[in-house]
Design a protein around this ligand. Structure first.
Ligand SMILES: [Zn+2]
Length: 129
């Protein structure tokens, strides 16, 4: 942990960094837990100084950032999956309507059975959790 005086100094430096177009990173300094900044390809902690890219500490933090990235990507995929299910449900609804129309005008028992079977399958898919 760092004391108040240091924290204030760190805040001042952070502001300066942000004003000099440095980017605040998602991960924190492994030593003092202050947010890390990136500027000109360097990773900077206002309390500890610059990190060399590829140094052990930063690598460790990097893998944490990697994990976050993976989680985000997975969430994106799940969202995509949800979109597909929504699309499938929409198509199923349309087909269901078509089949019901067909059923209404169908007189062949054999055809009716085929249609009912199709409807049953659609309903199973449509309302499956
Ligand atoms: Zn630090």
């Amino acid at each position: 942990m760092i004391d108040n005086e240091k924290r204030e100094e760190a805040l001042k430096k952070m502001t300066e960094l942000l004003l000099s177009r440095a980017t605040m990173l998602k991960y924190h300094c492994p030593d003092c837990k202050l947010p890390l900044f990136e500027k000109d390809g360097k990773i900077i902690c206002v309390n500890c100084g610059e990190f060399m890219l590829g140094s052990e500490d930063v690598q460790e933090e990097k893998s944490e950032a990697e994990i976050i990235k993976n989680v985000e990507e997975k969430a994106k995929l799940e969202h995509l999956h949800e979109d597909k299910i929504e699309l499938l449900n929409k198509i199923l609804d349309e087909k269901l309507l078509e089949l019901l129309e067909k059923l209404k005008s169908e007189s062949s028992v054999r055809e009716i059975i085929v249609i009912l079977d199709a409807i049953k399958k659609i309903l199973e898919l449509r309302y499956k959790k």
